[in-house]
Write a protein that binds this ligand. Structure first.
Ligand code: AMP
Length: 941
């Protein structure tokens, strides 16, 4: 190849250094057999060493380095490098290279000239790389035959004119394929093969065409029906994005054919009613009843119809596929990690990573670009703890977010889907008015996901026929767009005309399908032919239904069994070398299990997990640095000092044990917590735990606490046994790492929606963990978990206390006080108990009793009454807390405290003054405050 040609390659604007591995591969092939590569490359390889002054066969590495450096320095083309490239004699080598550059330009930037907007309103910038003249080519050369390199059209060479037309059909039609950002050569080649071989427009059978038309008729028919029966009612119509219906049905059919057994779908409200009826087979009469105001009384608080989930089975050529549409709050995009967590749980039940559970998430165009949780889920998509074998992500891109449509207002990227490039996901933009193109990219996306186990995005470019909801007036904010929409034919009509023109179907048949669909709605019958009653899902939730938190259970376990399990926890293969501090800790644990030392927190917690997996239940513990534990206390995952490998004693408890998974999570709270919520709502037998690094980190997941964890059962009847561990306690670490914001959780308490616990001893944490899974009840557990108590000399327990199997919701006085002489009773929770106890012992006081409330919600009135009974003569009751007065339990739980104390007694507050900040930033001030509040609680006035 000539120097000038090399120069031209360097000058090309869209070549990337990422081609280096490919060139290296080719160089390897050249070394094996110089005839195995094209003449042009042979010439390059022949010449290059001389440039370096190095003999070809003596310094292979240096030559590879040379290429690597060149590739890293500047753009380097890989086009026109097929092994069979012949180097035509009909034109100069330079022209040939230009042709190959033209192909590459279309691969890189063809999507920018694709016909994607059904309304034709998109302003497309001129892309000179897609013009012949940019490559020094012209129409006058259309008859010249060029080698097409790796262009996967199935021909080695083509006349320039044919090639140019083919490139335009392939890359600038109804599909805009973006995939050249992928660095993996295999994936890129695979995609090129799939797209170019059919010019992005494969043949479609008549049968499939009719199925697409029926899908569009259903999508349109459903909205028209609702619009006429319930005018003005909010339904968040799909109209304009009608292709979503044949698309989803096509996707499920294709997935079923290749062995998918379950599909979990997440979507916001736009088009949801349509999907419920036309894909999942929800009975239309049930939906119409909901529009008329009827509802299922058993569902508690309930939710609006466009947030509803649904489950059904769907018949495909490969067997029935179970469909689950996840319930969804209005908070956009948050359902995506929930769906992924649910999928991961289902995958764990089935053959892991076989691709037989498919997540589909449906996004809005403004939301996918705007909501940070989307980035979090992309970041999680390939990680050990959260991978789900790839998600098919569909953007219903109606080009408006509520009333905002100017892209300079909605995002800073060219496409709303650009965020997907962070994981190098292929992105297929597609004009939704071309439903055959939509089906093509849908199948391609599924194949890609199944083959490479990675995320893939379909940007369904459409429009929204009405306002944000049907009562809104869209002309107020989008006048030009809506003038256009008003005149734009509906997708059903456009496609019916196409099929009539193709002779596939007659207009009478079209009318017949439309009438049939409407008649089915009139009858209120299921309109999805493929609908089947549920048999494919594998969890029976009935044993968990109808229990409250105080359901009786037997959690006891013998000391002998505990010792047996404990010994397994402290046994390692010989080649596992522990770090010296960890070794010391494990030596202590050995002594604890032999009864030579009292048990500490870390040991009790690990023992609890051992009993759970030994009983056959799986455990999934996920959080920031959870393997070791933020506070160096857990050490459930041991890092071998010899080779850096890890060993988890909890995975070696017994042959039939439940699986034990502990993952250090990605550094996110919102998506991770939502993922675990999704996991726990799909798998009741698994003890699922999310741990925050510090309790206040849970703030980042507030939407998940509000919209899902606290209210999911009330709104949707969905049980969830997720436990969240939130380190909490005032140790003078400043405003950020003291408080897990107990008050926020207490404020959300009602209807026995979850449990809020503050265990104060290792035995309590042991039994709290066991209670959560041994009981048949599944409700979320919010734990204010300790920090300094992890090593507090008084916070210890015996094996006997663990073996009792009871979590004490209230713990009465532990010192030998004469109840009759008690003049004041202090009630408290958490770490402050030990401050009070130590100070009282120091003071040698016998007239103040201390009661610990270990569960603040549901408030344990009965147990409390039993403990309080012996102090019925006491009039002076105090609630003591470390948190400022406006925080902690004082305001939110006070009504329970008043109810608990004897009639006529007074209840006063001992704690910090109200404060805007959770804690002071100075240790000295903290110490003063702590001393004062303890004194205040213990001093009888
Ligand atoms: P799914 O596999 O999510 O489609 O659920 C199938 C059926 O199981 C649902 O229709 C519910 O009856 C039941 N179910 C699923 N998840 C829960 C849950 N978290 N709580 C109670 N019942 C559930």
């Amino acid at each position: 190849m000539q120097e000038s040609v090399m120069q031209a390659w360097w000058d090309s604007s869209h070549m990337a250094g990422a081609n280096a591995p490919y060139i290296e591969e080719m160089y390897e092939a050249y070394l094996d057999d110089p005839q195995g590569v094209s003449q042009e490359w042979r010439e390059v390889f022949d010449k290059l060493p001389k440039v370096d002054g190095v003999e070809l066969d003596t310094n292979h590495t240096l030559i590879k380095d040379k290429f690597r450096t060149l590739a890293a320095m500047g753009p380097l083309s890989r086009v026109g490098v097929s092994a069979s490239s012949a180097g035509s004699n009909t034109h100069s080598d330079e022209k040939q290279v230009k042709v190959l550059q033209l192909i590459n330009a279309y691969r890189f930037r063809g999507h920018q000239h694709a016909n994607l907007d059904p309304l034709g309103l998109w302003q497309q910038e001129r892309v000179r790389d897609l013009e012949l003249s940019h490559h020094n080519l012209s129409e006058s050369e259309f008859d010249s035959v060029f080698n097409v390199g790796s262009y996967a059209i199935g021909k080695e060479s083509m006349p320039l004119g044919d090639l140019f037309k083919s490139l335009n059909r392939t890359y600038c039609g109804s599909v805009g394929a973006e995939y050249m950002h992928i660095t993996d050569t295999e994936q890129k080649r695979w995609l090129q093969q799939k797209i170019e071989s059919v010019e992005a427009k494969p043949e479609i059978s008549k049968e499939k065409k009719v199925a697409i038309l029926k899908g569009l008729i259903a999508a349109d028919g459903m909205e028209k029906y609702l619009g006429s029966k319930f005018p003005g009612a909010k339904r968040f119509s799909l109209e304009g994005g009608d292709s979503l219906i044949p698309m989803l049905k096509g996707l499920i059919h294709e997935a079923g054919e290749v062995g998918t057994k379950e599909v979990v779908i997440g979507m916001a409200h736009r088009g949801r009613l349509n999907v419920l009826v036309n894909v999942l087979g929800k009975n239309p009469s049930v939906l119409f009843d909901e529009f008329s105001g009827k509802h299922d009384e058993s569902l508690g608080a309930g939710d609006v119809k466009y947030h509803a989930g649904f489950s059904s089975d769907f018949a495909t050529a490969g067997g029935n596929v179970h469909l689950a549409l996840a319930f969804n709050p209005s908070h956009l995009e948050i359902v995506n990690p929930v769906v992924m967590g649910s999928v991961r749980a289902r995958m764990a039940r089935r053959e892991y990573n076989s691709g037989n559970v498919l997540p589909i998430t449906i996004h809005g165009d403004s939301a996918i670009a705007g909501q940070g949780v989307v980035q979090e889920t992309f970041n999680m998509s390939q990680t050990r703890g959260f991978a789900v074998g790839g998600t098919v992500r569909i953007v219903v891109n109606n080009q408006v977010g509520f009333t905002t449509s100017k892209t300079e207002d909605t995002r800073s990227t060219q496409y709303c889907t650009d965020i997907a490039k962070m994981v190098q996901a292929p992105i297929f933009h597609v004009n939704s008015d071309d439903p055959e193109a939509v089906l093509f990219v849908t199948k391609l996306a599924l194949e890609y996901r199944n083959k490479f186990k990675r995320d893939v995005v379909i940007d369904l470019v459409c429009y929204r026929r009405h306002g944000h909801n049907e009562a809104d007036e869209p002309n107020a904010t989008q006048p030009l767009m809506y003038q256009k929409i008003k005149k734009h034919p509906v997708p059903r009509a456009l496609y019916a005309d196409q099929l009539i023109a193709e002779g596939v179907i007659s207009d009478r048949e079209v009318d017949k399908y439309v009438d049939e669909y409407r008649a089915a709605l009139d009858h209120g019958a299921c309109v999805v032919e493929e609908w089947r009653p549920m048999t494919e899902h594998s969890v029976d939730w009935r044993p968990y239904l109808g229990h409250d938190w105080d359901v009786p259970y037997d959690g006891s376990i013998s000391v002998t069994e505990l010792k047996g399990l404990g010994r397994k926890l402290v046994t390692f293969p010989e080649d596992v070398k522990l770090q010296s501090r960890v070794n010391k800790l494990y030596q202590d644990r050995k002594a604890m299990i032999e009864g030579e030392k009292p048990l500490d927190w870390g040991m009790a917690e690990n023992l609890a997990y051992a009993t759970v997996v030994n009983g056959g239940n799986p455990i999934r513990l996920v959080g920031q640095d959870s393997g070791r534990g933020t506070f160096f206390h857990r050490h459930a995952v041991i890092h071998n000092q010899t080779d850096g490998s890890t060993y988890m004693p909890l995975q070696h408890i017994s042959d039939n044990q439940g699986t034990m998974e502990i993952y250090d999570s990605v550094l996110s709270e919102e998506a991770v917590m939502a993922f675990e919520y999704g996991y726990a709502t799909a798998e009741p037998s698994c003890l699922t735990i999310w741990e925050a690094q510090f309790g206040d980190f849970a703030n980042g997941a507030q939407v998940v606490f509000d919209q899902f964890l606290s209210s999911g059962e009330a709104k949707w009847g969905r049980l969830c046994g997720l436990a969240v561990l939130l380190p909490h306690g005032y140790e003078g670490q400043g405003p950020e790492h003291s408080s897990a914001r107990l008050e926020r959780f207490l404020q959300l308490c009602a209807d026995h929606n979850w449990q809020v616990c503050i265990p104060s001893t290792p035995a309590q944490v042991f039994n709290m963990i066991r209670r959560q899974i041994v009981r048949p009840m599944r409700k979320p557990l919010v734990v204010m978990s300790p920090k300094s108590l992890l090593r507090h000399p008084l916070a210890v327990s015996s094996l006997e206390e663990l073996s009792e199997g009871v979590f004490h919701n209230v713990i009465g006085e532990v010192d030998d006080l004469d109840a009759k002489k008690v003049k004041r009773v202090v009630m408290c929770s958490g770490k402050v108990y030990y401050d009070l106890l130590e100070q009282r012992r120091k003071n040698e006081q016998t007239d103040v009793a201390i009661i610990r409330l270990e569960q603040l919600y549901p408030f344990p009135q009965e147990e409390c009454a039993k403990v309080v009974a012996q102090y019925s003569h006491v009039k002076d009751w105090v609630w003591c807390q470390e948190e400022p007065q406006n925080q902690g339990a004082w305001y939110c739980s006070q009504h329970h405290f008043w109810q608990a104390i004897p009639e006529g007694a007074t209840l006063t507050y001992a704690g910090r003054e109200a404060s805007a900040s959770p804690a002071v930033g100075y240790v000295s001030v903290h110490n003063q405050q702590q001393k004062a509040l303890v004194e205040d609680a213990l001093t009888i006035k």
